[in-house]
Design a protein around this ligand. Structure first.
Ligand code: LCS
Length: 400
């Protein structure tokens, strides 16, 4: 592979997954991107070191400081190509990405509007840490665009959307809300972890930044922690000092694993979504099941919107068993093929209970008011044979 050069912007998504940002190693011609397992870089002379630190010469200086290492740079460029952004930045985790974005965009006295249903630690960061820095946060049901319009204040500097949201799979209109953010001079940031750029590209819908936890579908194999964001060069330049000062940096081996993960993203996501649709339909047909939320089901409250802004519905769904948490607990204790574990986007199917696990840090009254019921069970559908996942859920349902 010689590098796509000019072709890079034109080729299809699947080709970008495989080829984007990959260049032949100039020293030995290695076919895959090498892991640059180094903390520092040697300067040719003092002038060069001075120019690199001053940002007057492009290049590497120290692995904590963007662009980190050539391995990180390939991953950032590949992800930016997939999201349709100018450039990207990698992080130690999804939470490190959200933290750096928030610290870059918000100051004391500023206001943030956030989707009310977000991953538990995102909720805690926004509700506990940011207010301590003098930043006010409004949690809003962003599935009703009018709520967002009403939440804007002169001090609003950022709108943070998670769509589909963890764990209720609620969807919001990214195009409309990004437009409102622009009118109000606020940055629109989308946590795209559940969809990945394969199914949804927030930057093309008007958002300023799209971020993902690489721990999920980007890495894809439940063997790493990482985070990544794509957006404008201007924002990434502004964020680079926060990244360097806070130091939530991805390791080079993780960056390499993410590059490898992205090469099969398109194939994995197709299978995750195909399986999830079959399992959502199976669960919806079962008398033991109270309700199922999957953006691909016509019964999903924002199914039409999801069909418009996503090209597929990914692999996440939630449901509740009749009999609430006690029945749900029996189901989760009785599955054999599915793993009882948090995280998502693994090759195998993961089942978990948000109220006591991923969203246990969200106060009970808040959880209930936003639809994270005590009986809600979340499934991250894997890429096994769907018949086997269904058979496992069926035997667990019968054991209730
Ligand atoms: N954004 C979303 C939508 C997430 O689901 C998570 C983690 C994060 C950000 C943070 O990413 P991390 O720092 O873990 O790389 N979600 C998890 C979950 O649902 N179970 O365990 C972690």
């Amino acid at each position: 592979m010689k590098g796509l050069g000019e072709m890079e912007r034109k080729v299809k998504f699947a080709t970008k997954c495989v080829h984007a940002a990959e260049k032949p190693d100039p020293v030995f011609g290695a076919h895959t991107t090498p892991i640059f397992q180094t903390s520092t870089f040697i300067f040719e002379n003092v002038s060069q070191g001075t120019a690199r630190f001053a940002g007057e010469e492009a290049g590497y200086v120290y692995a904590r400081i963007p662009p980190n290492t050539p391995t990180h740079a390939v991953l950032a460029e590949k992800f930016a190509e997939l999201e349709g952004g100018e450039t990207g930045q990698t992080f130690a985790s999804g939470m490190a990405a959200i933290t750096a974005i928030a610290l870059t965009s918000l100051r004391q006295g500023d206001h943030l509007i956030s989707t009310d249903v977000v991953y538990g630690c995102t909720y805690s960061l926004f509700s506990q840490v940011l207010p301590g820095l003098g930043i006010e946060v409004s949690f809003v049901d962003t599935s009703e665009t009018e709520n967002v319009r009403q939440a804007f204040r002169p001090e609003t500097k950022m709108v943070f959307l998670e769509s589909p949201a963890n764990p209720t799979l609620t969807v919001c209109d990214i195009t409309e809300i990004a437009g409102m953010a622009k009118e109000n001079g606020a940055l629109c940031v989308v946590d795209n972890t559940f969809s990945t750029p394969y199914f949804q590209r927030p930057l093309e819908l008007g958002a300023d930044l799209s971020l993902s936890s690489c721990t999920k579908y980007i890495g894809g194999h439940a063997d790493l922690l990482g985070g990544i964001a794509a957006g404008s060069k201007d924002f990434m330049n502004r964020m680079s000092s926060i990244v360097g000062y806070t130091g939530g940096i991805m390791g080079p081996h993780e960056a390499w694993l993410c590059i490898r993960g992205l090469k099969t993203l398109h194939i994995r996501m197709e299978r995750h979504a195909e399986n999830a649709m079959k399992i959502a339909e199976f669960l919806e047909s079962r008398p033991e099941v109270e309700w199922v939320r999957y953006p691909g089901l016509p019964s999903h409250p924002q199914h039409e919107l999801a069909s418009k802004q996503m090209s597929g519905f990914s692999g996440m769904l939630s449901f509740e068993i009749k009999g609430g948490i006690e029945a749900g607990r029996k189901l989760m204790d009785n599955v054999k093929l599915c793993s009882l574990a948090v995280s998502l986007g693994a090759t195998d199917t993961l089942i978990q209970h948000p109220a006591s696990m991923t969203h246990a840090c969200v106060p009970c009254s808040v959880r209930r008011s936003v639809g994270i019921t005590d009986g809600l069970v979340r499934l991250s559908v894997g890429i096994e044979a769907s018949e086997d996942i269904i058979a496992d859920l069926e035997q667990a349902l019968e054991a209730i």
